[in-house]
Design a protein. Structure first.
Lengths: 370, 307, 361
């Protein structure tokens, strides 16, 4: 189909009507200088949702400060033909050579289709399961092991909780969410083996009224620490703070919203990932195809401890974090049972964070009530 | 410290949810009740609700006063209501279509202007701890009500008195029942409907302010899930009586709280289906109460919504 | 255009082409006027928001129509709108305001995907026909229910179709994430994929799938149905004057339910095309608002199936340009919503300028 190299595109731009718009871009005037690297970001929700999309946007914002990099962003792009056209538009009209579709549903078929159409453009998808041989070489996926952050959340929550009941508000029971629930519970149970996590599923990624109701229902059940995996934890954190219980944050730092009850949080550190990708592109090297990392690689980070975190909790969590930073800590190791009594990890067996088996998780660990 | 309530959590949650979640329904249904009593149907209240929510949040953040936010939401709602009335007043314009168009317009404006307000935290409306004497924390929390809830109840009483016992109210009802009768009395049905629709919009705006300034207490684009539209079905269910609107709103609030409450006690199957409970309830009520032959008892005759 | 016969009744004699064109121009005039007024109001809004209106309109042109890529983008986005708009436009001819397009799409898409999985080994044409049939039946059932409730129980069809849409989406989500979920779909719960062989291809030489052509054909067929057949005439009579229709003995119930069923079938077909041409499976991507845009398209086209075609293209263009507006001018995506809202409001206001109203009320 159409395959434009960057230089050919500039000549073409001069002759089409699109050239009119492109003339307003610095790209036209940048002929005298080195051409900037044009990077496109596509978000499925609003950029300022205090959560998932914002974390990516903050990573993109860090790129904007870099010399020789031009960042394009589009938000609220649905996972249909619209995202295909957004990507194509960024490539055709704006000369993007690296595209980041940041929502899981963009992967198949949309990104794969565009990757086949533009073999010279690099596509990196957040969260997908890129497989050698199955997916084209100009695509790839990256993700962070934020469950390490949730494990640490759980450790702190386990210390701080007085009722022994934790709550987790989840959007959908998909593997990435289940992994977080399990890590959170495992962390808490390493402190108090009798602790339970109550899960409520709202059904979609951004349902403020349901999230508030879920928080209230959990509190009615005696839960005193709550965390969540929804696109924007803002409502959950604020509702919990108003009712006087503690929260662990997710995606981004929500400490400002809950000055009394915020314990700690699991955050993305996307600018590290994006910075690495840019460095590769600038060195004319294709970025990695299957990029994963946790605390050790700097892909995720934890929020500073809040005032309500007891000293014991800080010490223990810091200790585990140090182990994780050294790559010496395994969260998912045997023997492990799920909440129905089946053994999911046999005794003696362990799954390192990089193990792809973890990315298709479909069970909940013992101690999760759901 | 409390032990958990076990299965009692479900009715307690539903009581708390009924009070929390019903307040926007109360305001929107009272507003729509007034509008429909005058003979006009306003389907655009969903957009008014969202615009009211955004403007309340924005003003509360910028000024520091949540009550000022409520006031501005009322004004914004009145504006949209007035626009609706103006458009419907033009000959050959269809009420329902105008309603849908304003729903879109109001929502679009709210999302556009509300972008800068997603991040910041606006001060919330205070709450009145009605259950201060109760030991059990969950029950106490369920009875923590918002002043607007009280205002809503008082408003319903006031509206009943207004519609039933004052001259203006009688003329308004006449506008809804028979345009000729109103004209014979020397008044214009159109002016009555204009006032009623504008007032109805103002009330819907207050309902929106509740959403963004109290519960859930935050502004973002997913705030409303069709409350504005369901309130219209609510009004039919309540047979256009303001007091019945309160009961119907409470019922709907409880239905909305059902899903999460059931999950919290372990009923985790079919959370989508339970989430659809309010809609199924509304539909069921409409099927049960409407009839093609006898006109709906209490329906304003000028209203095009029932035959 | 009418002559008085000996009986004193106005009858239409066949109009000359020039007169037909004039009538068409007269019919289109208020709509064009509305579009112009909208452009002005939107420009004022943009100016107040700190954006240069001319730049915005230029970008809309660039993003929607100015290049082959933009044009294909527009057509691709218009394709589902063609069918979904019929879901509102067809019942509107009877005087019913149905806004259940979103529900029809998701139901149709789900049915098509569910059947498609079973038909893996069936040859291309029968498989597609069966998927289309399943989709059309599901969509038809939903909207016909709203129509029946209106006819048999007097339930307002606008509210009931909206409620049915919410309920349909809830059932859809429940099935897609539950009994019909493909375990390999991981973090995007979906039904199992239909066979690659059964995917609807693109029109040769373009990026646009055949769904566009199907939509155009169906719209034209509906236009013919509504204008030239007895059924269409009877339907319009019901929409124009219910009492006269009843006195004339028209089978109102049958007309209502049949028309609603056709409307739902169109919506369902749109869902099937989304599945078979784009996604290959049914998941939450079917539920992204095509139904609501379809309502707008229907109203702006004054519920004329033939007029739906240009209007759908217009809306496809506006949506296609939305991305460019975001990137180049830092305008939020809600800008497009505001434009559509203003357009709708102005259009309705401009109805007063017209000789004939949208509805017989």
């Amino acid at each position: 189909m159409n395959d434009f190299t960057a230089i050919g595109r500039r000549r073409l731009l001069g002759t089409t009507a699109a050239g009119l718009a492109a003339a307003t871009l610095p790209l036209g005037g940048a002929l005298a200088q080195a051409k900037p690297l044009v990077v496109g970001f596509i978000y499925v929700g609003p950029r300022d949702d205090y959560g998932y999309n914002q974390a990516h946007a903050e990573g993109a914002a860090a790129l904007k400060k870099m010399a020789g990099v031009k960042v394009l962003e589009e938000e609220k792009v649905p996972e249909t033909v619209a995202v295909e056209k957004s990507m194509e538009s960024m490539i055709n009209l704006d000369g993007a050579s690296l595209v980041f579709p940041t929502s899981f549903g963009y992967f198949d078929p949309h990104m794969l289709k565009m990757a086949a159409k533009f073999p010279k453009v690099q596509f990196r998808h957040c969260g997908g399961m890129w497989t050698q041989g199955k997916h084209p070489a100009n695509t790839g996926s990256y993700f962070g092991y934020i469950d390490e952050g949730q494990y640490l959340n759980g450790v702190v929550a386990g210390h701080a909780s007085k009722s022994g009941k934790l709550g987790f508000i989840a959007a959908k029971p998909i593997p990435q969410v289940l992994r977080n629930i399990n890590a959170f519970t495992l962390g808490a149970r390493s402190v108090n083996p009798a602790i339970t996590t109550q899960v409520i599923i709202t059904g979609d990624w951004a349902l403020p009224v349901k999230e508030a109701e879920a928080t209230n229902s959990l509190i009615a059940q005696g839960v005193d620490v709550v965390t969540c995996h929804v696109d924007s934890p803002k409502v959950v954190v604020e509702t919990a703070e108003r009712r006087g219980i503690m929260t662990c944050g997710y995606h981004a730092n929500q400490a400002k919203l809950a000055p009394k009850g915020y314990l700690t949080g699991a955050e993305w550190n996307w600018h590290k990932v994006y910075g690495d990708f840019i460095a590769d592109m600038k060195a004319n090297k294709a970025p990695g195809n299957f990029v994963r990392g946790g605390l050790k690689e700097g892909f995720v980070k934890t929020s500073p401890y809040g005032a309500a975190v007891p000293e014991k909790a800080r010490t223990m969590a810091d200790g585990i974090k140090a182990q994780m930073l050294g790559g010496a800590f395994t969260i998912f190791k045997g023997a492990m049972k799920d909440n129905k009594g089946n053994t999911v990890i046999a005794a003696g067996k362990s799954h390192a964070q990089t193990d792809p088996w973890l990315e298709s998780m479909n069970w909940l660990v013992e101690g999760v009530i759901a | 410290m409390s032990g958990d309530l076990g299965l009692w959590a479900v009715p307690v949650a539903m009581l708390g949810g009924a009070i929390r979640v019903s307040t926007p329904y109360i305001f929107v249904s009272l507003g729509e009740c007034l509008t429909e009593r005058s003979g006009r149907i306003n389907l655009g209240l969903e957009g008014t609700l969202v615009l009211g929510a955004m403007s309340a949040y924005g003003i509360a953040y910028l000024s520091g006063s949540p009550w000022l936010g409520v006031l501005v939401a009322m004004l914004a709602g009145a504006l949209l209501g007035g626009l609706h009335a103006l458009l419907c007043g033009l000959p050959k314009v269809n009420d329902i279509a105008v309603g849908i168009s304003l729903m879109l317009f109001g929502t679009g404006m709210a999302f556009f202007l509300g972008k800068p307000f997603v991040q910041p935290k606006a001060p919330n409306l205070p709450s009145i701890p009605l259950g201060w004497w109760i030991e059990q924390p969950e029950l106490r929390a369920a009875l923590e009500i918002n002043p607007l809830f009280v205002v809503g109840i008082l408003l319903a009483l006031a509206l009943t008195w207004f519609l039933g016992r004052t001259r203006r109210g009688l003329i308004l009802r006449a506008a809804g029942d028979s345009s000729e009768a109103v004209r014979a009395m020397g008044y214009s049905a159109e002016t009555m409907r204009f006032t009623a629709t504008t007032a109805g919009g103002a009330l819907a705006g207050i309902g929106g302010a509740f959403l963004s300034l109290y519960y859930p207490g935050s502004w973002n684009e997913g705030l409303s899930s069709g409350q504005g539209l369901m309130a219209i079905a609510l009004v039919i269910f309540a047979r256009w009586q303001p007091i019945r609107c309160i009961w119907a709103s409470l019922l709907f609030g409880a239905a909305g709280a059902l899903g999460p409450a059931l999950q919290s006690v372990g009923v985790t199957w079919g959370y989508y289906l339970f989430g659809a409970a309010p809609y199924v309830l509304t539909l069921g009520i409409m099927i049960a109460t409407c009839s093609p032959t006898r006109s709906l008892r209490g329906a304003p005759a000028e209203l095009g919504v029932t035959r | 255009m009418s002559v008085t016969t000996a009986a004193g009744v106005n009858a239409e004699r066949p109009a000359a082409l020039s007169e037909k064109l004039r009538a068409a121009a007269q019919a289109a005039a208020p709509t064009l006027f509305a579009v112009l007024v909208t452009a002005v109001i939107f420009a004022v809004f943009l100016f107040a928001a700190g954006a240069d209106p001319f730049e915005v309109y230029e970008l809309i042109w660039t993003g929607a129509f100015a290049s082959w890529f933009s044009l294909q983008n527009t057509l691709l986005r218009a394709a589902p709108l063609l069918l979904v708009a019929l879901c509102t436009a067809l019942p509107a001819r009877l005087g019913l305001v149905i806004i259940g397009g979103e529900g029809a799409i998701v139901f149709g898409g789900l049915a098509a995907a569910a059947i498609g999985v079973v038909l893996i080994d069936t040859p291309y044409v029968p498989a597609l026909l069966l998927m289309a049939a399943a989709a059309m039946v599901s969509g038809a059932a939903l909207i016909a229910l709203a129509g029946w409730l209106r006819h048999a129980r007097g339930v307002n069809e606008t509210i009931s179709s909206l409620l049915l849409t919410y309920i349909a989406i809830a059932v859809f989500n429940h099935l897609v994430e539950g009994p019909l979920r493909d375990p390999a779909s991981l973090n995007k719960p979906s039904t199992a994929s239909i066979s690659d062989h059964h995917m609807i291809g693109t029109i040769p030489g373009t990026d646009v799938h055949w769904g566009l052509a199907i939509g155009v054909v169906v719209c034209l067929a509906m236009a013919v149905l509504m204008r030239k057949t007895t059924f269409g005439f009877a339907a319009r009579m019901v929409g124009g004057n219910m009492r006269a229709a009843r006195m004339a003995g028209l089978p109102i119930g049958k007309l209502v339910i049949t028309t609603c069923a056709m409307a739902g079938a169109a919506g369902g077909l749109a869902g099937m095309i989304e599945v078979a041409a784009i996604h290959g499976k049914a998941n939450a991507s079917l539920n992204t608002g095509y139904g609501y845009t379809g309502i707008l398209v229907a109203f702006l086209a004054r519920h004329e199936p033939a007029a739906v075609i240009p209007v759908a293209i217009l809306f496809g263009g506006i949506n296609a340009a939305g991305g460019l507006l975001q990137r180049r001018m830092d305008l939020p995506d809600a800008t497009v919503l505001v434009l559509q809202g203003i357009l709708f409001v102005v259009l309705l206001a401009s109805e007063t300028l017209r000789g004939r109203s949208l509805f017989g009320r």
